[in-house]
Design a protein around this ligand. Structure first.
Ligand code: C2E
Ligand code: CA
Ligand code: CA
Ligand code: CA
Length: 278
């Protein structure tokens, strides 16, 4: 028969079963992580061409009681497969709004923007706009300092509704950045419709920028697109002085990456700012 014993045996592969168990365990742990305050936002600064800080991107971290620090690359996709992502998403927005309100009160940080990552399921919620508005007003945070990072995959097949939601939030001053640009299916006509303020070039194109001419060509065309649509362009994953110089030469004037600083905890950010502003 076509359905030989081999294939049904592999379904009960003990290694695969172990992986499934691990995922189930992680998902259970994640449900408790929020209540037990194991989730935290880290902050990675963003810079302009004068090396002034323009703001930060908030990146979530899970400090697991026994497994240590777990990367969002591992647990966000897991959370996205259930409604957990909505709880996590709310936590991120509310924490970010509180942070923005606190930054307002300090001269050094008063003009900073805070970018947060929004996942598809979260954005596609009927009440997404209301939720963001509610968190902004609860924290009395300045809406025009909040930036939402969306990915292309989130917007495809959903353009009209996405435009409507973005427009409502833009009315109160919220900014939008198109994350991971270049890795998806972006077409000019589609980008034209969406009211982004910023395009974020994916770090994959920065990594080999110095040696790879096609990466350079891609960045050139993203910069041209940014100009045409009046969107600023930020490069993520900047790790070396050489990459920074090259980006400047190409006309890219906003940066984020390990070359400048790693994502930091609230405490680290705090003492780092103290040093900078001293
Ligand atoms: P992303 O939004 O593309 O975030 C950029 C990732 O690049 C972050 O990884 C950041 O730590 C890392 N990075 C920053 N500078 C450099 C650099 O110079 N070189 C290299 N190689 N990497 C750099 P992280 O923090 O592990 O986050 C991974 C992904 O998890 C994010 O990718 C984002 O898609 C997702 N994520 C993180 N926080 C959240 C969140 O609060 N909500 C949602 N929905 N997703 C999140
Ligand atoms: Ca991002
Ligand atoms: Ca990105
Ligand atoms: Ca990414």
């Amino acid at each position: 028969s076509k359905f030989n014993a081999q294939s049904s045996v592999s379904f009960f592969d003990p290694i695969m079963q172990e992986q499934v168990n691990k995922v189930v365990e992680l998902e259970n742990d994640l449900r408790h992580a929020l209540d037990q305050k194991q989730l935290q936002l880290y902050f990675q600064p963003q810079y302009d061409q004068n090396r002034s800080i323009t703001g930060c991107e908030a990146l979530i971290r899970w400090v697991h009681p026994t497994k240590g620090l777990i990367s969002p690359a591992e647990f966000i996709p897991l959370a996205e497969s259930s409604d957990l992502i909505l709880l996590i998403g709310d936590f991120v927005i509310s924490t970010a709004c509180q942070k923005l309100a606190a930054w307002q009160a300090e001269a050094f940080t008063a003009n900073w923007t805070l970018a947060i990552n929004i996942s598809a399921r979260q954005f596609q919620c009927k009440d997404f706009v209301e939720r963001v508005m509610q968190h902004l007003s609860d924290a009395q945070a300045p809406a025009n300092r909040l930036k939402l990072e969306l990915t292309e995959s989130l917007l495809i097949d959903y353009t009209d509704e996405a435009v409507a939601k973005m427009s409502q939030l833009k009315k109160v001053g919220v900014h939008f950045s198109l994350d991971d640009f270049g890795t998806g299916f972006s077409s000019l006509s589609y980008l034209k419709k969406l009211p982004f303020d910023q395009i974020k070039v994916d770090k994959a194109f920065i990594h080999d920028l110095i040696n790879n001419h096609s990466d350079e060509a891609i960045i050139r065309s993203v910069l041209a697109m940014g100009k045409a649509f009046d969107m600023n362009v930020i490069a993520e994953g900047v790790e070396t002085e050489q990459q920074l110089q090259k980006l400047k030469e190409l006309g890219c004037y906003f940066y984020q990456g390990f070359y400048f600083s790693k994502p930091m905890s609230d405490q680290q950010l705090f003492s780092w700012i103290d040093q900078l502003s001293a």
